[in-house]
Design a protein around this ligand. Structure first.
Ligand code: ZN
Length: 411
């Protein structure tokens, strides 16, 4: 065997669940036909993981930081910088980043629709926001998927201690941005941002694209609803930390963002949509080919199990998990020097329709793994697995150890 062992880390968002009476008391993972995942479990070792801490309900953003070895208590600075990085924006320390939606707001300031009729692209409107400068603060904007826009404020003395523009509910009024503490930075940030929203609102109302939408009877994109303000701070490089040249294969912006902030190369795969129709097999195949092309570590994110769990759609979730397992056929054929790790960022029980603090199932298979007695991949079986229970921050250490790449602690 030439070279050093490599790893693929597959994070199936929201994979874990709780027993569901309609599925005969099984979870969607247990009820799904997961022949290939079971073979990986049979050959490998299983366990379960609390990504942030025991009983802590993780957000997808904080959970991914932890899984990749960045303690979110130290490194999490809000969702805005991660989403902005996910659009390909190169952030600088001190940038204040937001996630935003194009919304439809009535003349009296009431929100009619938070997504401007689910407008398919924000691209035509981005020039309204991008390049503006107010009181020495420069605004940088990029289109996210569909109605989403990432916005960055760049300048001296900015603060994330400001209120959201987005009231998170139609029928409510957009509120002017308020400082949330007594600092001059928060006051200045709120003032500049309110002026930006006033100016861009006027330009959006006069935008030819909106004249077209009015004529077609569609909702106008006439307001930028911002939330999740966060000051950017660079993460230490994943490659320098672990000695692994790393790439990311993901469909959705948040996960590309975490990877980009960690300095991974974000690789686009055709058919990777972040939706149930996504081409899971193409993502797994691309991950394997990236290892072949010189990467040591590929982080693959698969989204849809989480969205289906949030919809309470346990049959859809079960069927999507089968799709993941079917695609895992290519992982069974991975070269001998490849470790496959498969897990989730958090559990999304269909009964709760949101994230829970339940631990997630975890599976190691391939290079360096001592097999345990578990032969089927599921929440209950994983609790009997040889890896026991670990924390999210242990995962990269465990991967490095299995690969034989862990640094020696002591002498
Ligand atoms: Zn998630």
């Amino acid at each position: 065997m030439g070279g050093r062992a490599k790893a693929i880390l597959i994070v199936c968002d929201g994979l874990g669940d709780r027993p569901i009476p309609e599925l005969g008391g099984m979870t969607p993972l247990e009820a799904a036909d997961t022949a290939n995942l079971n073979r990986l479990a049979d050959r490998g070792a299983t366990g379960y993981m609390s990504t942030i801490g025991v009983g802590i309900r993780p957000g997808s953003d904080t959970a991914h930081l932890a899984i990749l070895g960045y303690d979110p208590r130290k490194w999490y600075g809000g969702r805005g910088p991660i989403e902005a990085a996910g659009t390909g924006l190169k952030l600088r320390d001190g940038d204040l980043a937001f996630r935003g939606n194009l919304g439809t707001v009535a003349d009296d300031g009431t929100i009619i629709d938070r997504r401007a009729g689910r407008i398919s692209s924000s691209e035509p409107f981005v020039p309204v926001f991008d390049g503006k400068e107010i009181d020495g603060v420069k605004f940088i904007a990029r289109a996210g998927t569909a109605y989403r826009v990432a916005l960055v404020m760049r300048g001296e003395g900015l603060s994330a201690a400001i209120s959201d523009v987005d009231p998170h509910e139609a029928g409510k009024p957009v509120s002017p941005v308020r400082p949330l503490d007594d600092s001059p930075e928060a006051a200045r940030t709120a003032r500049v941002l309110n002026e930006f929203l006033r100016v861009t609102r006027r330009e959006l109302l006069e935008h030819p694209e909106n004249a077209k939408r009015r004529a077609e009877g569609k909702l106008e994109a006439n307001y930028l609803l911002l939330r999740g303000a966060g000051l950017h701070r660079a993460l230490p490089s994943f490659e320098e930390r672990y000695g692994l040249k790393a790439a990311c294969v993901a469909g959705a912006g948040l996960y590309k963002g975490v990877a980009a902030l960690a300095g991974m190369d974000v690789v686009e795969v055709e058919g990777a949509t972040g939706l149930p129709d996504t081409d899971v097999r193409a993502k797994f195949e691309r991950a394997l080919s990236l290892l072949d092309e010189g990467y040591d570590f590929v982080f693959v994110h698969v989204k849809a199990a989480d969205s289906l769990g949030e919809d309470g759609n346990y049959e859809g979730k079960r069927d999507f998990i089968k799709k993941i397992s079917d695609a895992a056929a290519v992982l069974l054929e991975a070269p001998d020097d490849v470790l496959v790790a498969l897990t989730a960022d958090h559990t999304t029980p269909c009964a709760l329709k949101t994230h829970s603090g339940d631990p997630v199932p975890l599976l190691f298979s391939g290079y360096g793994v001592i097999p345990d007695d578990v032969t089927e991949f599921g929440e209950r079986n994983c609790r009997k697995g040889g890896c026991g229970r670990i924390l999210g921050l242990d995962l990269m250490n465990e991967i490095l150890n299995i690969l034989g790449r862990a640094p020696l602690y002591g002498a």
